[in-house]
Ligand binder design. Structure first.
Ligand SMILES: [Zn+2]
Length: 338
């Protein structure tokens, strides 16, 4: 990526590959790293790096826009206009309020937070983070009625984390995850799912940040389930109910949606059709790519540029937003859809 940028390749190909602009995906924004095993470190960037990204975008003439404005630009499909970036943050971490929000305010930059009411109310948990804490603490991990892993050394703990991720993602159903995790936590004397431990904003904090016109709240399902593993009725219900709950609490119905996990294993054509039928203006995946006029025909499978906390270098972010890495990550395709 450094080579692509410094050789001028990324900036010269930006018009062809970069399209109209990009949607940035973030999760946590905080000054410290709180991943005990380092396995979820990619989910957090520092407020200083967020500030650098915004300064860099503005200095090159890119406009930072809301998701409403992004949708308008794509529908109009006007090339030649200034390129845009929409900044999005998934899951509603409370560091978004404490550490990211001041940066957005300083630059008067709009942003979108995709929130899952189940995470706010404790009906769902950030299970990957609880699993990491559990493995950091335990010498061995046993899944009730399932496999057991020794995890004494850091190497074993990291391997256990990845095995557990696979087991939770592919062996358990979405509805089994939370009860199984609760039982595993109980074995270690750990509390699972106490909202104080969860690091997501509560409703009061959500109302505070949502009251700023810079902030757009999008829906992210109720329970943060992998939608591809649910029946069509359940998918529609997860989408509709999350919008209902956000509207009831915040006074405004969300027009934009983000698929939990968002990979091709978690969101496809069926989910895009349901999101469209539920009336969302747009829906974003976690597939890697920039935004093009062609997306006008399918606003419910928009790719994003994930800023990885492991590689907090401006050159990487700028190269990815140039669009030059899109075909590399997508078997040669310039425009990424469902
Ligand atoms: Zn999420």
């Amino acid at each position: 990526m450094r080579l692509a940028w410094h050789s001028g390749f990324a900036s010269s190909t930006r018009d062809r590959f970069g399209g109209l602009g990009s949607i940035i995906m973030l999760h946590r924004v905080r000054p410290d790293c709180i991943s005990p095993l380092g396995v979820t470190r990619s989910l957090a960037i520092t407020p200083v790096f967020l500030d650098q990204i915004i300064v860099s975008l503005k200095s090159e003439g890119t406009e930072i826009v809301s998701m409403d404005e992004m949708a308008e630009r794509v529908k109009a499909g006007l090339p030649g206009k200034r390129r845009f970036v929409a900044i999005t943050l998934d899951d509603g971490y409370n560091d978004n309020l404490n550490h990211a929000y001041p940066v957005f305010q300083k630059h008067n930059a709009p942003f979108t937070i995709y929130a899952a009411p189940g995470l706010i109310e404790g009906a769902a948990v950030l299970w990957w983070e609880i699993a990491e804490k559990l493995i950091a603490k335990a010498d061995s991990i046993r899944i009730p009625g399932g496999p057991e892993w020794r995890c004494r050394t850091l190497f074993q703990k990291r391997a256990t984390f990845h095995s557990l991720m696979r087991y939770f993602s592919f062996t358990l159903t979405e509805l089994e995850q939370l009860p199984v995790l609760r039982e595993m936590c109980a074995q270690e004397g750990m509390i699972c799912g106490a909202s104080a431990d969860q690091d997501v904003m509560n409703w009061k904090e959500m109302r505070q940040i949502a009251s700023d016109p810079l902030c757009t709240i999008g829906a992210h399902t109720v329970h943060h389930y992998n939608l591809k593993k649910l029946t069509p009725d359940m998918v529609a219900q997860e989408m509709r109910l999350s919008a209902d709950m956000l509207e009831a609490e915040l006074g405004k119905r969300p027009a934009h949606f983000a698929y939990p996990y968002g990979s091709s294993k978690a969101a496809g054509r069926r989910e895009a059709e349901i999101a469209a039928a539920e009336g969302f203006v747009s829906a974003v995946t976690t597939r890697h790519g920039t935004i093009h006029a062609e997306h006008r025909a399918n606003m419910w499978a928009l790719p994003r540029i994930s800023i990885n906390g492991r590689f907090q270098k401006l050159v990487y972010a700028r190269t990815m937003m140039s669009g030059v890495t899109t075909p590399i990550a997508n078997a040669g395709r310039r425009v990424v859809q469902a």
